[in-house]
Design a protein around this ligand. Structure first.
Ligand code: SER
Length: 583
């Protein structure tokens, strides 16, 4: 079964079971600098898992584009991917363990036709925070999983939380038996031998974890995640995701073009190219910080491996075309953003090739020195020099070192890298304080106007006109929100009038710090963010608006000037975009 068929079956199955299909959020969480990329289907849904009402109801399903960056240097083996798609279904205070497990079982055995004998499951063993999950185990037994294939594990395996704090709970995981021989008499889902592959994770999200401990959420939710590439691989009886239709065309082309034969390099090129395309398509651009730096590393490592395969870099465009052609049914946005994807990747390639050969020579010199001195680990300062002078991401140097039989001291590099970033951050703050102070006032005013616009839209369009993103420059503000129609002239005027009325009223803007639960309970607005700090700042404007926000803001709305909508357009399906100015 092809990946797209699995996706469609999944969404239809949950639709049939009363779930609303919601669109994938972008890979780059807007307005949330606390995370680099969307890493799980639940991430954009956190406010709803914490109790906010979702406009589509209490049963939701989607496919979510995800990027996880912890394992970039593992890509090339037979399983790690930086980009993947997660299928998910959620209950927001609706069904719980029994129905969730029954639906998962039905989907796996009836829709995907996986024989029951191939399935094992794991449940939470219980500890001082939360009791043993016998409820889930009993449901599994009832639907048809025999007791000997139901395992219990502790928090390391059967507890889910994104990061250190946030909504969380015990989970039950489903495993597929590949039919490989057991690695020992005690071979079981928790071991890493490859016989059992995790296919689906149902989290029973009942708790909220913060530093001081666990508290109960107001509602009991279900959050599930199923990795699409992995499921496609298993159902197709393939050994790796690269053997599925998702990667076959690009892998075949690489085989045809290569002059040297390295399977790992082909996988790295295929995987990093897909990730880079998806990130660029959702607005990412290479740079030396944060998200941009991840993208830069992906593209540069890919270039280095194209070189290793001795594939002419002029072929990049063909490779991008092949990938877009192959993936556009799953991701129509790739076709739409084809030119930008090509331009960004090719420009980054051009930057990197200028220094690549020199950097490789420098690396060889260092290796020679190390040989003479009997050193086997490339030091952090060498890694840093190659990064700083030749633009070599540490993964690239690590690949080179491994090929030459050497290790690298990544920790030492990370320390130097951090220090360097800290220095340049301080540098740019200095610059901001000096020459850009006046412009700063302008952006602060736009920031406050954004809060007013958020409320005005809810009053004019309806309470479901939620903020979906915003962007501020010194010249204008941009605001994205849910709305199923183009705003009429009357609606636009009503929104403008409301904002200007509040500006004229000279409303005070006040700032208050409070515990995050209290803030959410008090009805403060917030955009999706993966996790809030313990104490949040809430900005209140008169009795008009209350929002969780880092600020800064003006102290009175009369400082804003006149608000004017310059443009109203579609941003993406179901999302409208307003561009406005303060005159
Ligand atoms: N949040 C869980 C996961 O990422 C289930 O979706 O596995």
């Amino acid at each position: 079964m092809k990946a797209i068929e699995i996706r469609n079956k999944y969404l239809n199955f949950f639709k049939k079971n009363g779930h609303a299909i919601i669109p994938s959020a972008p890979l780059i969480p807007e307005n949330d600098p606390s995370v680099l990329f969307t890493t799980a289907g639940m991430q954009p849904l956190v406010p709803y898992l914490l109790g906010e009402k979702h406009p589509e109801g209490t049963r939701l399903t989607d496919y979510q584009k995800c990027v996880r960056t912890n394992d970039i240097d593992e890509v090339g083996d037979n399983r790690h991917l930086t980009y993947f798609e997660m299928l998910g279904n959620w209950s927001l205070g609706d069904y719980f363990k029994e129905e969730s497990i029954a639906m998962s079982f039905e989907f796996l055995t009836k829709e995907l036709e996986i024989p029951v004998e191939k399935l094992s499951v794991t449940c939470f063993a219980g500890d001082e925070d939360c009791p043993k999950d016998t409820v889930s185990a009993n449901v599994w037994k009832k639907v048809g999983i025999p007791e000997e294939r139901i395992y219990f594990y502790g928090k390391d395996d059967n507890w889910w939380i994104a990061g250190e704090e946030g909504p969380c709970g015990p989970d039950t995981e489903m495993f597929y038996d590949t039919g490989k021989p057991p690695c020992s008499d005690n071979c079981q889902p928790s071991c890493d031998c490859g016989k059992y592959v995790e296919i689906w994770n149902n989290v029973f999200m009942e708790y909220f974890k913060e530093k001081s401990g666990y508290s109960k959420l107001t509602k009991r939710n279900v959050d599930t995640g199923l990795g699409l590439e992995r499921m496609a691989m298993l159902l197709q009886g393939k050994e790796t995701p690269y053997d599925t239709e998702i990667f076959r065309p690009i892998m075949e082309k690489l085989e045809e073009l290569q002059k040297e034969d390295y399977i790992e390099s082909r996988r790295i090129v295929a995987e990093h190219l897909r990730s880079s395309m998806m990130i660029i398509s959702d607005g990412g651009r290479p740079s030396n910080v944060d998200r941009g730096y991840v993208l830069r590393r992906l593209i540069r490592r890919m270039i280095r491996h194209l070189n290793k395969l001795q594939i002419n870099l002029e072929q990049l465009e063909t490779l991008i075309d092949i990938n877009i052609n192959n993936l556009k049914e799953m991701y129509p946005e790739l076709e739409k953003n084809k030119e930008i994807i090509k331009n960004v990747i090719i420009e980054e390639k051009n930057k990197f090739v200028k220094t690549l050969a020199h950097g490789e020579k420098e690396f060889e010199k260092e290796i020679k020195k190390m040989q003479e001195n009997g050193i086997t680990k490339v030091a952090g300062n060498v890694l840093f020099k190659l990064y700083d002078t030749y633009g070599f991401p540490p993964e690239v140097t690590k690949d080179l070192a491994q090929e030459a039989g050497y290790e690298v001291n990544i920790e030492e590099f990370e320390e130097l890298f951090k220090k360097h970033q800290e220095k340049s951050r301080q540098g740019s703050e200095q610059k901001f304080k000096g020459g850009l102070a006046e412009q700063n006032e302008k952006t602060i005013a736009y920031h406050t106007a954004t809060h007013l616009l958020n409320v005005a839209l809810k009053q004019v369009i309806g309470k479901d006109a939620h903020q979906r993103g915003s962007n501020i420059t010194v010249d204008r503000m941009r605001f994205d929100f849910n709305c199923d129609h183009k705003l009429t002239d009357d609606e636009k005027k009503a929104v403008e009038d409301l904002v200007n009325k509040w500006i004229q009223e000279g409303l005070e803007v006040t700032k208050q710090e409070m515990r995050k639960e209290d803030a959410l309970k008090s009805g403060a607005e917030c955009m999706f963010i993966e996790k809030y700090p313990d104490i949040v700042t809430v900005y209140t404007i008169g009795n008009i608006s209350k929002e969780l926000c880092g600020g800064p803001h003006v102290s009175n709305t009369k400082e804003l000037g006149k608000f004017k909508i310059k443009k109203e357009e579609s941003s993406s399906s179901g999302i409208r975009r307003i561009k406005a100015i303060l005159e």
